[in-house]
Design a protein around this ligand. Structure first.
Ligand SMILES: Nc1ncnc2c1ncn2[C@@H]1O[C@H](COP(=O)(O)OP(=O)(O)OP(=O)(O)O)[C@@H](O)[C@H]1O
Ligand SMILES: [Mg+2]
Length: 612
């Protein structure tokens, strides 16, 4: 037997995607059978009308005149049938609508929870933002599908099924003629459809690039002008715009082809059916009413076919959206919760790094072109190790400062110890327990990470403090502010604790944002505090306030300060100097200065610069 290479079957993959979608949104499947039955009943009764018309023609009207009694009964039956159809269709539509809203709601919740939990090692915040935007529009597409495409499948699908059955039972020969003549229509539609989808896809992609380039052109206009690149960029933008225009025209061309094809084929089919009926004549037992009824049915049968082109487009968009949603849901989330969690010891919580290697996997690699999955291939050329074979012991209560040039891995070290990322290999432990065995909540209760660019929520300073501890009232916050030496700063603000911070905290300066974040960590009162100092310039007064608050907070805790200022480093018990993911120096300020390495030259330069 010859082996046949199987082409990738798009329909099966679409089916598997749809069944994944159903599994993800159990609401959709619930009572689906009843909904379909109701739709069948509704459409079935709709097609009963042509049959009733036939009966009226054949039985109610004869050469002897009109049989009013029979016609009246048939009209009454028609009225009942129409009402029944309306009621069952309405309830089918209502059921579909309710289930799909429920399903979309469930999907939204799942997606946002998932995106929120995505590991920083795969997704930086920017990428998460883009994902949220993408997924929002994908859900929107699904919503559009449910309000139209799915409904059409349900109603038109059951209509066509019911009609096909009736046509066959009416006169199988005529039915076959109708189906055979109409068949190329489906094929023709499909051909045009494929091209239409391709050109729409292209137009959509170009649309995306056009928006991105236009935004860059506007936002980066200063840079473009400064380097004399404005015209060149404008030219590039024009090319994209032209291509986008061409793609839209092409898509429009195929789109416009669909309707005439549909019309042509329905006329052809009706002609074929009529000719066949005439040729066979009354001898075949076909009454005039039966032929009229049959032609009615044929029209009814073909009506949805024309609509199907749009339905297919709508469905394809929905399947594509669903595919991306499933992809997002399949992307690994942040470090998993341990299956068999171990409690942290009550006493000293020493921190230990043992042979820790770490690589981000954010950048696409050849094995993972869209960068959405972790390939498990760490340390590739695209995603190199940024922490290398790190071994480190930090006894409980020690105040450590980490310094090093930009990109040397300091923030990554902070993320590893707070388990925002897991090592590619090696272990980070706290109190002798590997972090992978510690429940997330347990870790959060003993350790707080104040990031380089802390995020504040739109609201007041107080609401941003209460978000770590809802029980923290104004009095408690003011007390903590006193302890941290922040009372004066608070008094200087327009509304004290009630001062609004603006969206993302933008009404405050970068330094103040970090001050609020530090304040927030004091409310959480962790045993270990990791502070990633802001890189950007902080005004000197705020800087002093941050260091003072940090010193107060440091008492009785382990602190790791990722320092961008030598003054911070100098106050620490121990200084770690990082370079390219490796700790190259480790000791007290005095030790490192006498050793005459990197730290001592930094220090000398600083002494010269500040005239100290
Ligand atoms: N989310 C991320 N995805 C991919 N690469 C990242 C990510 N975050 C950091 N990196 C890369 O990892 C390396 C170490 O970054 P890290 O942020 O730890 O440096 P840093 O010492 O904190 O630098 P800085 O002084 O600028 O804050 C850099 O090469 C950086 O580009
Ligand atoms: Mg950093």
């Amino acid at each position: 037997m010859k082996a046949i290479a199987m082409p990738v079957d798009r329909s099966t993959s679409a089916i598997s995607i749809v069944s994944r979608g159903l599994a993800l949104s159990p609401a959709l499947g619930r009572g689906l059978g009843v909904t379909v039955l109701l739709a069948m009943l509704g459409t079935g009764t709709r097609v009963a009308i042509p049959i009733l018309v036939q009966l009226i023609i054949d039985r109610g009207i004869s050469d002897d005149g009109v049989d009013f009694g029979l016609v009246a009964i048939l009209c009454l039956v028609s009225a009942v049938v129409v009402s029944l159809s309306a009621v069952s269709l309405r309830s089918a539509i209502r059921r579909l609508g309710m289930r799909s809203e429920e399903a979309l709601y469930g999907l939204r919740v799942k997606l946002f929870e998932h995106i929120h939990g995505l590991s920083i090692s795969y997704h930086n915040e920017e990428k998460k933002g883009a994902l949220v935007a993408r997924v929002t529009s994908d859900i929107e597409t699904l919503g559009q599908f449910f309000s139209w495409g799915a409904l059409a499948w349900l109603l038109d699908g059951s209509l066509m099924f019911v009609i096909a059955v009736i046509m066959l039972s009416y006169d199988w020969l005529l039915a076959i003629v109708a189906l055979v003549v109409a068949a190329p229509l489906v094929y023709g539609f499909r051909r045009v459809q494929v091209r239409l989808v391709k050109s729409y896809e292209k137009a959509r992609t170009l649309n995306g690039s056009y928006f991105a380039e236009a935004a860059e052109f506007v936002n980066g206009s200063d840079v473009l002008v400064a380097y004399g690149q404005r015209d060149a960029y404008a030219e590039k933008l024009l090319v994209t715009m032209r291509n986008r225009y061409k793609a839209q025209i092409r898509a429009g061309f195929f789109g416009a082809l669909l309707f005439p094809i549909g019309e042509l084929f329905s006329v052809l089919t009706v002609v074929a059916v009529s000719v066949m009926a005439i040729v066979r004549g009354p001898e075949a037992g076909l009454t005039l009413g039966a032929v009229v009824g049959f032609i009615f049915l044929t029209y009814r049968f073909l009506e949805p076919v024309a609509e199907f082109t749009e339905i297919i487009d709508n469905t394809q968009a929905a399947v594509a959206g669903l595919t991306r949603i499933i992809e997002v849901l399949d992307t690994p989330v942040g470090p998993p919760e341990p299956l068999d969690p171990r409690p942290l010891p009550a006493g000293a919580l020493d921190i230990t790094f043992s042979k820790v290697w770490f690589a981000y996997q954010s950048r696409p690699t050849t094995q993972d072109p869209d960068g959405s999955r972790g390939t498990g291939l760490d340390g590739t050329e695209e995603n190199p190790f940024v922490v290398r074979n790190l071994g480190l012991e930090i006894p409980f209560g020690q105040h450590v400062a980490v310094i090093g040039s930009t990109g040397s891995g300091k923030t990554t070290l902070g993320r590893l110890v707070s388990r925002l990322v897991d090592p590619s290999s090696g272990t980070v432990s706290i109190g002798g327990v590997p972090l992978s065995d510690v429940r997330r909540d347990d870790l959060r209760s003993v350790l707080t990470f104040v990031p380089q660019e802390p995020f504040l929520f739109d609201g007041t300073i107080l609401s941003n403090l209460q978000f770590v501890d809802a029980t923290a009232d104004k009095e408690m916050c003011l007390r903590v502010a006193d302890q941290l030496g922040l009372d004066e700063w608070l008094r200087g603000l327009p509304d004290g604790l009630a001062t609004r911070v603006g969206e993302r905290g933008n009404d405050l300066s970068a330094g103040e944002r970090q001050l609020v974040a530090l304040f927030r960590s004091a409310i959480a009162a962790p045993r270990i505090l990791v502070l990633d100092e802001a890189t950007s310039a902080v005004d000197p007064l705020i800087e002093v306030r941050i260091s003072r608050a940090f010193d107060v907070l440091a008492a009785g805790r382990t602190t790791i300060a990722i320092a961008h200022r030598l003054s911070t480093a100098m106050r620490a018990d121990r200084i770690l100097v990082m370079d390219a993911g490796v700790i190259v120096e480790d000791g007290t300020h005095d030790e490192l200065v006498t050793r005459g390495g990197r730290y001592s030259s930094l220090y000398e330069a600083w002494v010269v610069a500040t005239g100290g």
